[in-house]
Every structure is written in structure tokens, then in C-alpha cells.
Design a protein around this ligand. Structure first.
Ligand SMILES: Cc1cc2nc3c(=O)[nH]c(=O)nc-3n(C[C@H](O)[C@H](O)[C@H](O)COP(=O)(O)OP(=O)(O)OC[C@H]3O[C@@H](n4cnc5c(N)ncnc54)[C@H](O)[C@@H]3O)c2cc1C
Ligand code: SF4
Ligand code: SF4
Length: 1010
């Protein structure tokens, strides 16, 4: 096919931009951002494209939106609406003023329980809406995989579809009305035809003109618009003469809101949406069918759909394997398989009574038997097990994107929908096409509706663009042959708008242009999408355009694991360090962020505490990764160590939440260490940061004169006076130095010990009772314990060992290495003879399993890491092996609330804490669903971060503790978490949290301290 000419979309900065910024700042109460880094953070979505916007507005209110529209109209500046920016096709990138509705415009405006309708602002996130609706027994059932991020405005913009669309339809089938703002300033409600009669004359003439186009094109609609259920390309011109298997409305009447649904922000701004709700499904059951081949799975989908399921979802071998590589997903996926299948189908049934879906699953098993696949169905009736598996399926695409190397699964034909009878053939032929182009595809699918999310692995820095076009041409020919839709779910954007003419023909394309002109005559709304598009393979619009480079950097940490190349044809990953990254792998680690937006989350888990508080793109893991990428590629200036990056990382508390929860494994905590290192090398380290970083070195002196070291909190006024030069908040108390530091009183050097207790700086000097408790518990368990000490030949044999955490936090990697070497040398003899190294403070001990392995310390560090455990992990293991014999009795407290330290959670160690607490007879343990407590090492002590730190604590942790009965035991293993709890609960009567070993020690029979 002939692609249209590329349009010049790239903005040239100049006086127009500064005029725009000035005018907007005068007119809008919300944030107005025109700096390069902010624009860069809004230049990408979850697609392969990058186009710098002119500026960004985060409106506080509808009035702000209107004011921004007025300014843009006067200056002739294009506008680009944006929600979570999770679009995969480049819908939300463009040389326009981005209007981000996600932060403030998220209210429920009206709710009618009886009529099952709700009206909401566009920025409300689907999961938040459904949490709001749950007590009413209702939900909005367009359950997209990105339900925790996707905003209703964005979902309407893309005509999004959920896994259960076979039962509920797409967005367009569930939107009743849209209150819109047109680029010319007109506000109008678009809804059922009958209601439009009452619209103002200007709007009435608009809808009549639209109707005239629809009627004029009746034959063309019948001839060109795909009839498959999944079709989201172009404008919904067939509202006037529906052709789809599923009509837009029950009575086939016209609803003008449906023309706006799927219009990708090109026609109007959605101010409010009125939605149709559904009763929450009462009972569900899942049958998971294991197939020997992908072809067979696709072949059977057609018969399975006849059983009336609510969802039929495909998961292929690649995704099964990648999911198995994730510790959280592995047990879930394993429980769903029969043998070693090449593909599985998740088949869900719903019903009013519990027996209905269960019977349907039995029917499914019988059907599979008839189809020659007996005993291939795993039945899942338990709601928890079903949810866990759906979560793996929802994470599917992200799991696929966790591949290392420059080749990534690229979305451009990921959306084609073909009639079910052709699905198996389509899969086979497409596999062949991929092979021909030296690649392979990753597959998952909404098999029920024939939408195959297939993404060939391409290297978009090199030959990806040419292969993308070639593959798209061949796939489109097949889609045409099968009478399918080229754009079945994710929309047109920059990647598929070019294909609108291919799909709908020149006549309907002209009709689309007329529709656009009726709504937006000046062409200001999200130009270049759906009509008058650019080429999909215009490399100037790519995130990695021609000439893209990475600045050469000598890194402090070892990033070689990311510096690899992947050959998709041969399915071979090269050895660590063999890639071509001039930043020694750091650049490729940063590039792992594909902008999917999963870090914009507020539900369970930790990621990302700073975003949860500020809701600003800059404080999102994605915003940080983007800033790093822009800086590393010289797009923010010649220096990587720029203030733009420093600002983006400022509120990163290094919680490692992203390390575990980001589906592609972006580890921002580690990246911050690297950046801080580069920054200090270029700019030096201020005294106050240096003082905190070097605490382990001066601690022995402070420990000798604790009265002096504690003076800041005992001498009235000193905290306030010293705030300026120490940077420590006067509103904080500091940890108190103790005269009875643990290592001054204990010297256990058993060379045959089973366990070596590593007592970190904080425990030693501030909370020695925790080390005593750990020792007592280990001894009560019958273990021979040695206390870790510096090696005899250490240059500072008396100074306690240290993991280097404070140095790492400051980016002083060389100093951290020095500490790590001391640790390795001291502990190597114990490790070599098989002893466990057990620690008390999560952030210290877990450094041995994390940062120690990326500081170039060789195999000895690896061996130490393999033997390093938190004390609760050690006890839980011993218990599981039947070796733990702790003589424990009940405590007066019957309930414990457990707050996990972020690093405990990141290393999956919280379950062990819960397990050992539950060894205490009669103690009911409940984990507080909290993100980071906000203290995070020295972060919360710093005056500049005090407020944000308290806001993090107030998100969920402190409210949960305030609600707890005063007799509840509060357990927190992190020293800073305990301090935060003490500070945060002071005004509520005061509550203290203890380390798990203190609770165990109290419960020990014969314990002195009980
Ligand atoms: C990993 C992953 C999985 C996904 N799974 C699914 C899936 O299962 N089903 C599915 O359908 N999609 C899926 N998507 C695509 C995407 O998440 C959805 O389309 C989502 O609904 C978009 O919501 P958003 O808030 O991010 O919108 P955005 O991406 O911000 O915007 C989407 C479009 O709507 C327009 N828009 C936004 N706000 C307004 C407004 N107020 N007025 C007018 N126009 C507006 C934008 O200009 C843009 O064109 C997935 C994406 C990813 C990365
Ligand atoms: S940081 Fe991770 S979760 Fe966030 S957008 Fe990037 S890849 Fe997705
Ligand atoms: S380490 Fe924590 S605060 Fe920093 S980006 Fe990751 S989740 Fe956010």
C-alpha cells in the first residue's frame, strides 16, 4: 500500500512557546510545565514513539481546562488530552499542549443506584471507581488489564475493551453520555438521539450534519466497516447504520456519545462521562485448559465460546516461562497447568448461583474430552486462586516486556481481530511471516473475540522499522482475507492511523475527515491521529530515532547483566557485558522502562510511595526512568549529572518497591545510587550528606560520649538552630546513642558456630536490646552463635562491621565497597564452612544479597549473599525443615499488626516474619497493607523531606495503627519504620513498634526480659 507523506510534527521552541506558557500561567490555577524535562516526561506513552509536547497543563478544575482551551484557541496551539498515558499506539504523544486530567479531575459527580448509572470526571481510575461502587453491589465491567491505571476518560478515548468483553461489550457499549468541551469553547452533552433535540441550536446542527454524513455513507459503511465485535479503528460512523455483531444500543437507536468514544481526543475533550453499570457477578469459576500446541488452542476456542463463557483468554509458552521466572507468579501459574503445555486458555463462567459456573466448567472438561483432550482442565472455584491467575494474565504484556537486550516485543499488529474460525490459521501463517523476518512473536489473546495480542520481537534502534512495515503489510493482507479488523482493541494513534484508509477505504476516510472538521474545524484536537496521519515507520517520531545515542559513562555499579544482546530468531541471549551500551549496561537497564504506567498504582504493594503522595509524573518510577533516559541520551543537555535528574530522583526513597513490582524490573533504588555517585563526582558532596553517610565511621566515637552526641535533642533549641547546617528536621527526634552498645558488651567468636549474627551500626548503637533478643532467640533454639567481628588483619580491627548502606544511599560507592570488602573478609571463613550469616535490620542485611553483588566484588560476595538471611528468614526455614524448637508461650497481646520494611517486601521476606510471629501461641497476625512508612533511612529525618515523609506514613500505615486496639502488638523490623511509627503516633497517645525478635524473646519460656 502507499503510505501518506510524513507530517512535520516536531515542535521548534521559540517565542510562541514562551507566550503560551505565560498566558497559561495567568489563566490556569493548576500546574503549567514548560521545562525540557517535564516536556520530555510527557513525550512518550506505552508505544514506540516520542514526540515532545509544547508544554503540559495539569488542570485543577474544569474551569482550568476551559481556560487552557481558550488560550490555545487564541494562539492556534493544538491540544492533547491525557489520562494515565498507557496507550500503546502513540495516541497520547504529539506536538501539542498536553492536558493531564489524572491528578485532580477524578470526582464522582452523580450516582443512581436504581438506574445503575454513574457520572464521573474523566480522571477517575477504573479500579478506584469500582472500589467506590463495590459496597453498592455494582461495577463498571470494561475490565482492561490496566484497570489500576486507566482513567475513564482515556478508556473512552480509546474505546477500551476488557477481558470480559464477550459478556459486557467494549467501552462504547457502556457509555451513555459524554459532556464534552469542543475546541471552539462550546460545551455540550452528547447522548441518545432523543435527548439531542433539546441541545442548543449549534450542537443540533452539528449532530444533524453528522447524521447526514452517516446516511450518505450507508452503503459504504455496509461494505467497509468490519463486523467483528472487536473493532476500534477510525470513527464509529456505523452508529447510524450498525454492522457489528453486537449493536451499539439495545434498540439500535443512535447515541451521539458513541461517536466520541474511540476518537482518541481528536474531536472533543471529555468533561464528564455517564456510564452504564452492571451488578457485581455473584459467582465465578475458571477452567484452565492446557494445550499441546498454540494451533490446537486456537482451533478449540471456537467450540469453547459456544458454552457461553464470560472470558476466554490465551496465554502462550513464552509468557508461561517468563511468569515462572517471577517468584510471585511461579506458584500461581504452576497450579494452573497440566503437564508442560505450549498454550493455555483461561475459560471463565459466571452465574447467579454457585452451582451454575461450576457446572459450566464440568461441561468444558467434557467438551475437551470430546475434542480429544481429556483430563486437560484445571478447575478453579476458589475466588482467591482465580484472582491470582487473572493477575498473572493481566500482567501478561508487561511480563513479555521484561526481556533484556535491544530487541523487544513491539506492538503494531498486536491488535488485529479475526473471526474465530480463522484464528488457528492466522496464528500459523503469522508465525511463518515472523520466521521469514528472522524473529518470533509473543502471543496472548482475547481468544473469545478473536483478538490476538501478538508482538514480534524487533530492535527499533536498528532494522526494526523496516521489518515492522514488512510484517504489517503481510498481516494486513491476511486480516483482509479473513474479513477481520486491523485495529481491534488498542486504537489507532501514530501506529495505526495510517491504516485507517486501508481498512475503511478512501471514501469513508474522507467522511472521517469531514467528521473531524465538524467537531474541530481548526484542527486543534490531537492532530495526526485517526485522520491526516503520519507514517507508522517514520523514525523521526520514534523513541529511538536515527542518531539516538547513549552518553558514555563509567559506572560505579556493575550493570553488565543488562548489557546483553538478544537474537530472537535463534532465541539466544549473549553473555553479560557483551552488549554495545556506552554506559556499560546502565543505559539498557534504564531503557527497560517501556512506559506502561504500571507504577501508577495505589493498591497493594509498595511502588511508588512518592507518586502515591504527590501524584506527579516526575515522582513516578516511570517519570524517573524517563528523565534518566533523556539525560543519558543527551536530550537534557550535555551532562548526565543534571539538576533535572537530581530533582526527579529527590523523592525516591530507595524503597526497592519497583525492583519487585515493576513488571520489567526497573530498579530505581539502584539507579539512584548510580546517579548520586555520578552527581557527587561532578558536583561534590555537601557536609550534611557526608556527615550522615560517614556515620558508621564516626559512630565508635559518638558511642563513647553519648551525652554529647545526644545533645541536639536534649539541649532546648539546639534542634531548631542546627536544622540549617545539619539539614535534619527540628520536628524530628533523632535516634539516641546508647552507652551500652551491643558490640561493646558481647564478644562471641565461636569458630564452629552454626550462625553468625551480623549486628549493624543502627542496632549496635541505638537499639542493642534487639541484638540481645536475637542472640537469646537463636540460643534458645539451640544454635551455636558467633557475633560477626572485623577480621583480625583488618585495617580497623576494632571498628564494627558495616554493610555500607549509608554510603550507598549517598552514592559513595567506593566507600561502600570498602565496607563490603571488610564484611566479606571477616565472614568468608564462616561462609566457607557453611554457616549462615543472620542479620536483624532488613536494609543492612539485604544489601549483602543485592548491592554487594553489583560492586565488582567477585565470587566471594556471591557466596556471602547465598548464605545471608534475615533472622526471621532463618527461623522460618528452620521451622519449615522441622528443626526449630523454640520454647514459646502466649503473650498478653492476642493480636499483632505487622508493618513490613520495604526491603523485606522487595525480597519477599515478609511472609517469613509473619510465619515466625505466628509461632507465638494464640497470636493472630495481620499484615498492614502499607506502602513505605516514609522514613526510609535518613530521608524522613531531613527537613526538606519531613512533610512528604509524614504524608507517606499517613497514606495507610498510621491510620491502620490508630484504628488498632491499644492492646495490639505492633511489629516493624525496620529501625526507621519504628522511629516513624513513634513520631507519627505521638499525637495519638503514642505507640511503639518492636522488632519481631523482641516479641519472640518475650514469649520465650524462662526469658529474663519477659
Ligand atoms: C500493559 C498494557 C495492557 C493494556 N491492556 C489493555 C486492555 O486490556 N484493553 C484495552 O482496551 N487497552 C489496554 N491497554 C491500553 C490502555 O491501557 C487503555 O486503552 C486505557 O484505557 C487507556 O487509559 P489511559 O488513562 O491511560 O488513557 P490515555 O492513554 O492517557 O489516553 C487514551 C486516549 O484518550 C484520549 N483522552 C484522554 N483523556 C481524554 C479526555 N478527557 N477527553 C478526550 N480524550 C481524552 C487521549 O488523547 C488518548 O487518545 C493496555 C496498555 C498496556 C500498557
Ligand atoms: S517503571 Fe516499570 S512499572 Fe513504571 S512505567 Fe516503567 S516499566 Fe512500567
Ligand atoms: S525505589 Fe521506591 S520510591 Fe524509588 S522509584 Fe522505586 S518504588 Fe518509587
Amino acid at each position: 500500500m502507499n503510505a501518506p507523506e510524513t507530517k512535520p510534527l516536531v515542535f521548534q521552541p521559540g517565542s510562541a512557546a514562551s507566550d503560551l506558557a505565560r498566558r497559561l500561567r495567568g489563566a490556569v490555577a493548576g500546574e503549567v510545565m514548560f521545562d525540557r524535562a517535564s516536556r520530555g516526561r510527557y513525550a512518550t506513552d506505552a508505544s514506540i514513539y516520542q514526540v515532545e509536547p509544547l508544554g503540559v497543563v495539569v488542570p485543577r478544575s474544569d474551569a482550568d481546562v476551559r481556560a487552557a482551551f481558550d488560550v490555545c484557541r487564541e494562539l492556534g496551539v493544538p491540544l492533547l488530552p491525557r489520562g494515565a498515558g498507557s496507550s500503546q499506539c502513540g495516541q497520547t504523544v504529539g506536538a501539542a499542549l498536553v492536558v493531564d486530567h489524572g491528578k485532580h479531575l477524578n470526582r464522582v459527580v452523580a450516582f443512581d443506584k436504581d438506574q445503575r448509572t454513574i457520572t464521573a470526571e474523566p480522571g477517575i481510575v477504573l479500579d478506584a471507581l469500582n472500589a467506590w461502587l463495590k459496597p453498592h453491589g455494582l461495577w463498571f465491567p470494561v475490565d482492561v488489564s490496566t484497570s489500576a491505571q486507566a482513567t475513564l476518560g482515556g478508556m473512552a478515548g480509546n474505546n477500551s475493551c476488557g477481558s470480559r468483553s464477550i459478556a459486557y461489550g467494549n467501552m462504547v457499549h457502556n457509555v451513555l453520555a459524554i459532556d464534552a468541551l469542543l475546541a471552539d469553547g462550546t460545551t455540550a452533552r452528547f447522548g441518545p438521539d432523543a435527548e439531542m433535540a433539546h441541545a442548543p441550536p449549534k450542537v443540533r446542527s452539528l449532530v444533524e450534519a453528522l447524521r447526514a454524513i452517516g446516511n450518505r455513507e450507508r452503503d459504504e459503511i455496509a461494505a467497509r466497516v468490519p463486523t467483528v465485535l472487536r473493532r476500534v479503528g477510525g470513527y464509529n460512523i456505523d452508529v447510524f447504520h450498525p454492522v457489528s455483531e453486537r449493536p451499539y444500543t439495545a434498540d439500535a437507536s443512535v447515541n451521539f456519545a458513541h461517536l466520541l468514544v474511540g476518537s482518541e481526543g481528536t474531536l472533543a475533550w471529555t468533561r464528564e462521562l455517564t456510564l452504564k453499570l452492571a451488578p457485581l457477578p455473584v459467582h465465578r469459576a475458571l477452567g484452565v485448559v492446557s494445550f499441546p500446541t498454540l494451533h490446537r488452542a486456537m482451533e478449540c476456542a471456537r467450540s469453547i465460546v459456544l458454552l457461553g463463557p464470560s472470558a476466554v483468554e490465551l496465554v502462550d509458552r513464552t509468557m508461561i516461562d517468563l511468569a515462572r521466572g517471577n517468584p510471585a507468579f511461579r506458584p500461581v501459574i504452576d497450579a494452573a497447568l497440566v503437564g508442560e503445555p505450549e498454550a493455555i486458555l483461561l475459560v471463565e463462567f459466571m452465574g447467579e448461583t454457585a452451582d451454575v459456573p461450576v457446572r459450566r466448567v464440568a461441561d468444558l472438561a467434557a467438551l475437551m474430552g470430546d475434542l480429544g483432550l481429556p483430563d486437560r482442565v484445571v478447575k478453579m472455584v476458589d475466588a482467591g486462586a482465580q484472582k491470582a491467575l487473572w493477575d498473572v494474565r493481566k500482567a501478561g504484556l508487561n511480563i513479555m516486556m521484561s526481556m533484556r537486550g535491544d530487541g523487544k516485543p513491539v506492538s503494531f499488529i498486536e491488535d488485529c481481530a479475526v473471526p474465530l474460525e480463522h484464528l488457528a490459521d492466522y496464528v500459523d501463517r503469522l508465525t511463518e511471516v515472523f520466521r521469514k523476518h528472522g524473529t518470533r512473536g509473543t502471543w496472548y489473546a482475547h481468544a473469545s473475540v478473536g483478538t490476538l495480542h501478538v508482538r514480534p520481537i524487533l530492535d527499533m534502534r536498528r532494522d526494526g522499522a523496516a521489518k515492522m512495515r514488512a510484517i504489517a503489510e503481510e498481516a494486513s493482507a491476511m486480516v483482509r482475507e479473513y474479513k477481520g479488523a486491523f485495529s481491534g482493541e488498542h486504537g489507532d494513534g501514530l501506529v495505526r492511523s495510517e491504516w485507517v484508509a486501508w481498512q475503511f477505504g478512501s471514501r469513508l476516510t474522507r467522511a472521517f475527515e469531514e467528521i473531524k472538521a465538524l467537531f474541530d474545524p481548526a484542527g486543534l484536537m490531537n492532530p495526526g491521529k485517526i485522520v491526516r496521519p503520519s507514517r507508522m515507520d517514520d523514525r523521526a517520531l520514534f523513541r529511538f530515532p536515527p542518531g539516538y545515542r547513549t552518553l558514555p559513562i563509567t559506572t560505579a555499579l556493575d550493570w553488565s547483566a543488562w548489557n546483553v544482546d538478544y537474537d530472537p530468531g535463534a532465541d539466544v541471549l549473549s553473555a553479560p557485558g557483551t552488549g554495545t551500551d556506552p554506559a556499560q549496561g546502565f543505559g539498557k537497564a534504564v531503557d527497560m522502562c517501556n512506559n506502561n504506567g504500571h507504577c501508577r498504582k495505589f493498591d497493594a504493594g509498595t511502588m511508588c510511595p512518592s507518586y502515591r503522595v504527590t501524584r506527579d509524573e516526575i515522582h513516578l518510577t516511570r517519570g524517573r526512568a524517563n528523565t534518566l533516559r533523556l539525560a543519558l541520551s543527551g536530550q537534557l543537555g550535555a551532562d548526565f549529572a543534571s539538576t533535572a535528574v537530581r530533582d526527579a530522583l529527590d523523592l525516591c526513597v530507595g524503597c526497592k518497591g519497583c525492583r519487585r513490582e515493576c513488571p520489567t524490573g526497573v530498579d530505581m533504588a539502584k539507579m539512584k545510587i548510580e546517579f548520586n555517585h555520578q552527581w557527587h563526582r561532578a558536583h561534590g558532596l555537601p557536609f550534611k550528606n557526608r556527615a550522615i553517610a560517614f556515620l558508621p565511621r564516626w559512630a565508635p566515637w559518638a558511642g563513647r560520649i553519648p551525652w554529647l552526641a545526644n545533645l541536639r535533642d536534649t539541649l532546648p533549641g539546639l534542634a531548631r538552630v542546627s536544622e540549617k547546617w545539619t539539614g535534619l528536621s527540628a520536628r524530628r527526634s533523632l535516634p539516641r546513642w546508647r552507652r551500652d552498645a551491643f558490640l561493646r558488651t558481647q564478644d562471641q567468636g565461636d569458630a564452629t558456630a552454626d550462625v553468625v549474627l551480623f549486628v549493624d551500626t543502627f542496632t549496635n548503637y541505638f537499639e542493642p536490646e534487639n541484638a540481645h533478643a536475637a542472640l537469646a532467640v537463636l540460643k534458645a533454639g539451640g544454635y551455636r552463635v558467633a557475633v560477626a567481628r572485623a577480621a583480625a588483619n583488618d585495617a580497623e580491627p576494632v571498628r564494627p562491621l558495616c554493610c555500607g548502606r549509608t554510603f550507598l544511599a549517598a552514592g559513595l560507592v567506593d566507600e561502600a565497597k570498602r565496607e563490603a570488602r571488610r564484611m566479606i573478609a571477616a565472614l568468608a571463613p564462616h561462609v566457607e564452612r557453611g554457616a549462615w550469616v543472620v542479620g536483624i535490620e532488613p536494609s543492612c542485611l539485604l544489601s549483602l544479597r543485592d548491592e554487594f553483588l553489583v560492586m565488582g566484588l567477585g565470587d566471594a560476595a556471591k557466596r556471602l549473599g547465598e548464605k545471608a538471611l534475615l533472622i526471621e528468614e532463618f527461623l522460618a526455614r528452620e521451622n519449615a525443615a522441622g528443626r526449630l524448637r523454640l520454647p514459646l508461650v502466649a503473650l498478653p497481646e492476642k493480636r499483632a499488626l505487622l508493618h513490613g520494611h520495604c526491603h523485606q517486601k522487595a525480597f519477599d521476606a515478609l511472609a517469613a516474619t509473619k510465619t515466625v510471629l505466628q509461632l507465638i501461641p494464640g497470636l493472630a497476625v495481620e499484615v498492614v497493607e502499607s506502602s513505605c512508612c516514609g522514613m526510609a533511612g535518613s530521608f524522613g529525618y531531613e527537613a526538606a523531606h519531613y512533610d512528604i515523609s509524614m504524608r507517606m506514613a499517613e497514606l495507610s500505615l498510621l491510620p491502620a495503627l490508630r484504628e488498632a486496639d491499644p492492646a495490639t502488638l505492633i511489629v516493624a523490623d525496620g529501625t526507621s519504620c519504628r522511629h516513624q511509627i513513634a513520631d507519627g503516633m505521638r499525637a495519638s497517645g503514642g505507640r511503639a513498634a518492636v522488632h519481631v525478635v523482641r516479641a519472640l524473646e518475650r514469649a520465650l519460656v524462662h526469658s529474663d526480659t519477659r
